[in-house]
Design a binder for this molecule. Structure first.
Ligand code: ADP
Ligand code: MG
Length: 240
């Protein structure tokens, strides 16, 4: 579903991603771990062209999104993204936040979109909050709305950038549970996270990044229990 070949990304003359080659299969859940500043967010943002790609290829379902001729709107429909900060529109209701993107697309009728988005709110456990405004929700509820909003475009891939890092600890589990459900339904997911429990339980594979490079990748067991690289071991010893 995702193929990254020799990806380089620079900001000015600062190269922050160096020669990354990686693949994510359809229905696979890949967790990306690594120290702060190692390029995890930039890597994720290159997968839906929130960042221009300096060189290399990023294929989503065989479409090279690095090609400037590729329609960015099509890329964004296929690749949903959930950020650490939820970026909901404060003056719109929960349901309107979720409906916004598909309404802009004008592909389906308003009634169809409304009914689909209500189903998504049900899925994330917030059907009763459809008419509420974001300010009345907890951080965990806001993040679940953000997940529903990303799903409203029927993406082929979902990207999560530290979706639980800004949440109070007691709200983290609800969000992880929604992500786990999504994984069990077969969604292809790339998740930047510090939740090692989630990575072990839900992740099919783990990528460890350091200084803009993909240092190590493997199953959670390989990366956590049979760690090959000293740098990975050092990182894990600090966080586990
Ligand atoms: P991580 O998500 O692993 O913490 P990032 O991808 O956010 O790492 O950042 C990797 C490096 O790229 C950092 O050195 C950061 O300062 C730099 N960087 C990220 N975004 C920008 C930007 N828009 N402009 C310039 N430098 C950036
Ligand atoms: Mg980051």
């Amino acid at each position: 579903m995702i193929k990254v070949k020799n990806l380089h990304k620079s900001f000015g003359d600062n190269e922050v991603l160096t020669d990354i080659t990686a693949e994510v299969d359809a229905q696979e859940v890949v967790c990306v771990i690594g120290p702060s500043g190692s390029g995890k967010s930039t890597f994720l943002r290159c997968l839906n062209r929130l960042e221009e790609i300096t060189s290399g290829e990023v294929l989503i379902d065989e479409v090279n999104i690095a090609d400037p001729k590729t329609n960015i709107d099509v890329v964004r429909q296929d690749v949903g993204m959930v950020f650490q900060h939820f970026n909901l529109f404060p003056h719109k209701s929960v349901l309107d936040n979720v409906m916004l993107a598909p309404m802009k697309l004008k592909r389906d009728s308003k009634e169809e979109i409304r009914s689909r988005c209500l189903t998504l709110l049900e899925k994330v456990g917030l059907a009763d909050k459809a008419d509420a405004y974001p300010s009345s929700l907890s951080g965990g509820q806001k993040q679940r709305v953000a997940i529903a909003r990303a799903l409203a475009m029927n993406p082929k891939v979902m990207l999560f950038d530290e979706p639980t890092s800004a949440l109070d600890p007691e709200l983290v589990e609800d969000v992880l549970a929604v992500m786990k459900d999504l994984a069990n339904e077969g969604m292809t997911m790339v998740v930047v996270t510090h939740e090692m429990g989630f990575a072990k339980e839900v992740g099919d594979r783990v990528f460890f990044m350091d200084e803009g490079r993909m240092v190590e990748e493997g199953t959670p067991m390989e990366v956590f229990d049979e760690t090959k690289h000293e740098r990975t071991r050092e990182f894990l010893s600090k966080i586990l």
